[in-house]
Ligand binder design. Structure first.
Ligand code: NDP
Length: 454
C-alpha cells in the first residue's frame, strides 16, 4: 500500500519538530507536520522561553539595591515598562518561530498551518478539509492549562494568557504550588506586582526534596511573596474594584487579577482518538510503551500528551528515540532515569535524582546539607541563604540525589547531573578540587554527614 507520507506529525512543539526534522533529514522519510497555532509549541511560544526572559527582566529590580550596597550609591531603577518588554519578547518569539519553520523546511518537511485530527490508523484530516495517509502518525500535541471548576472560574487567567496582557496588574493572586505557580509568583513579585499565592497543601513544590522546597518557600516569602499554604479559592466575583476572592480559610480579598497554575492536562480532546484503538489514561494522556508506541502499531506519541516527564528536553529525546526506532531500525527507549530539572524561582531550585525522603525508603543513606549566606548576596546585606545538598547511598557510596537552592542553580545542576548520571560516588565528589570562591564548591567540601539513616 502506498501512503502520501512516511510520517505525519501532529503538533509543532519540541517533540514533534525534532522527530519530524530528524525523520526527514536523517531518516530519508517523506514527512508532513500540522500545527494549529504557532510553530514551537508550549516551550517556545508560551512556556520556557518567554518565562525565562521574564525571569531575567524581573531579576533587575533586586539588582539595584545590591548595586547600592556595593558602592553604586546613586543607582536607581525606574518603573518597569511592560509594553517595551512585551514588544521585544514578541519579536524574539517570532524570530524563534521562523527558525523552527526554516529548519523544518530545509529538512524537507511539508508544514500545514492547520489543526489535524486522526481518522484511522493511517489517515489524518486537516481543518482545511484535506486528508492525508501516512505509514506512521506521531501525536505530539502537548498539554494545556487545567482550571478546576468553581463559581467564578471564568474570571481567571492562566500561564497562556500572562504573556498576552496589555498591562501588568498591580496585584495578583496566584493559585497552585507547582513549577508554574512558584515561578510566576517570583517573576511578578520581581516586576513590582503585589503577589499573593494560595496553595492547598502543606508545602509548595510537592514531589521535590522536602528540605529544598521548604527553603524555596522561605526565600519566596523573604523576597515579598505573600504565600499562604493550606488555602484554596472557594469563589470569585467580578466587582468594580477588581476580583473578589473568598478563600477556604474564611478570608476574602480583592485582586486585580487571579492566575491559576493548577496543573496541565494532555490536549487529547477532539483529536479523533476514538476512531482508532489508541488508549488513553484517566487524565486523557495517551498510553505508550517504552518506545512511545501506542496500542495502534502505526501511531506513536511523544511529549506532554503522554504525561511521562513533562519537560521539553525529555520530549526532544522521546522524539529522537522514536526516529531511531522507526526510521533507523534501531529500537531505542527514551531514557527517563536521572532527569535533572530546575524550577526558576528566585532563588532557583535545581534537582537531580532522589529526594532525601525517597532515598530513606530504599536503604541506608547519608545526607550532606549546607545552608549558608553566599558571598555576593551576603555582602549586599540580603537575607538570602543558599542550600547545597547531597543524598548518598551508605553502601555503594553513590550520590543518589543533588538538590541546590541558589541563584543559577539551574546552571549548576546540569553539571552535577553529568557526574551523577555517570555513577559518581561521594568520594569522587570529595577528590574533585574545589573551584574557589564559588557557591557550588560546597558540593565537594562537605566532609561530615548532616544526618544518617539506616
Ligand atoms: P504542577 O503539576 O507542577 O503543579 C500543579 C499545582 O496545582 C500543584 O501545586 C497542585 O497541588 C495544584 N493543584 C492541582 N489541582 C488543583 C485544584 N483542583 N485546586 C487547587 N490546586 C490544585 O503543574 P504546573 O501547572 O505548575 O506545571 C505543569 C508542568 O509543566 C510541570 O509539572 C512541569 O512538568 C512543567 N513545567 C516545567 C518547568 C520547568 O522545567 N522549569 C516550568 C513550568 C512547567 P498538589 O501538589 O496538592 O497536587
Amino acid at each position: 500500500m502506498s501512503f502520501d507520507f512516511d510520517l505525519f506529525v501532529i503538533g509543532g512543539g519540541s517533540g514533534g519538530v525534532r522527530a519530524g526534522r530528524l525523520a526527514a533529514s536523517e531518516g530519508g522519510a517523506k514527512v508532513g507536520l500540522a500545527e494549529e497555532y504557532r510553530m514551537g509549541g508550549t516551550c517556545v511560544i508560551r512556556g520556557c522561553v518567554p518565562k525565562k526572559l521574564m525571569v531575567f527582566a524581573s531579576a533587575y529590580s533586586g539588582g539595584v539595591a545590591d548595586a547600592q550596597k556595593y558602592g553604586w550609591k546613586d543607582a536607581q531603577i525606574g518603573a518597569f515598562d511592560w509594553m517595551h518588554f512585551k514588544g521585544k519578547l514578541d519579536a524574539e518569539l517570532t524570530r524563534l518561530e521562523n527558525i523552527y519553520r526554516t529548519n523544518l523546511g530545509k529538512a524537507g518537511v511539508e508544514i500545514f498551518d492547520a489543526r489535524a485530527t486522526v481518522k484511522d490508523a493511517h489517515t489524518v484530516e486537516l481543518s482545511t478539509g484535506e486528508t492525508f495517509t501516512a505509514k506512521h502518525i506521531l501525536i505530539a500535541v502537548g498539554g494545556k492549562p487545567f482550571v478546576p471548576p468553581f463559581e467564578g472560574s471564568e474570571h481567571v487567567i492562566t500561564s497562556n494568557d500572562i504573556f498576552l496582557q496589555k498591562k501588568l496588574p498591580k496585584s495578583i493572586l496566584i493559585v497552585g504550588g507547582g513549577f508554574i505557580a512558584c515561578e510566576f509568583a517570583c517573576i511578578l513579585n520581581g516586576l513590582g506586582v503585589k503577589v499573593t499565592q494560595y496553595y492547598r497543601g502543606a508545602q509548595v513544590l510537592r514531589g521535590f526534596d522536602d528540605e529544598a522546597r521548604g527553603h524555596v518557600a522561605d526565600m519566596m516569602r523573604d523576597r515579598g511573596v505573600d504565600l499562604h499554604v493550606g488555602t484554596d479559592v472557594m469563589q470569585i466575583e467580578k466587582r468594580d474594584d477588581g476580583l473578589w476572592v473568598k478563600s477556604s480559610t474564611g478570608h476574602d480579598h480583592t485582586f486585580d487579577a487571579v492566575m491559576y497554575a493548577t496543573g496541565r492536562v494532555p490536549s487529547t480532546d477532539g483529536l479523533g482518538l476514538e476512531n482508532t484503538g489508541v488508549e488513553t489514561g484517566r487524565g486523557g494522556e495517551i498510553i505508550v510503551d517504552d518506545y512511545s508506541q501506542t496500542a495502534v502499531p502505526s501511531i506513536y506519541a511523544v511529549g506532554d500528551v503522554t504525561n511521562r516527564i513533562n519537560l521539553t528536553p525529555v520530549a526532544i529525546r522521546e522524539g529522537a528515540a522514536f526516529v531511531d526506532t522507526v526510521f533507523h531500525g534501531k529500537p531505542t527507549k527514551a531514557d527517563h532515569d536521572l532527569v535533572a530539572s530546575a524550577v526558576f524561582t528566585q532563588p532557583e531550585l535545581g534537582t537531580v535524582g532522589m529526594t532525601e525522603e525517597e532515598a530513606r525508603e530504599k536503604g541506608p543513606i547519608e545526607v550532606y546539607a549546607a545552608a549558608f549566606r553566599a558571598m555576593q548576596t551576603g555582602f549586599a546585606e540580603r537575607n538570602d541563604r543558599t542550600l547545597m545538598k547531597l543524598v548518598v547511598c551508605a553502601t555503594t557510596r553513590k550520590v543518589l540525589g543533588c538538590h541546590i537552592v541558589a541563584e543559577n542553580a539551574g546552571e549548576m545542576i546540569q553539571l552535577a547531573a553529568i557526574a551523577i548520571k555517570m555513577g559518581a560516588t561521594k568520594e569522587d565528589f570529595d577528590r574533585t578540587v574545589a573551584v574557589h570562591p564559588t557557591m557550588s564548591e560546597e558540593l565537594v567540601t562537605m566532609k561530615t554527614p548532616t544526618r544518617t539513616f539506616n
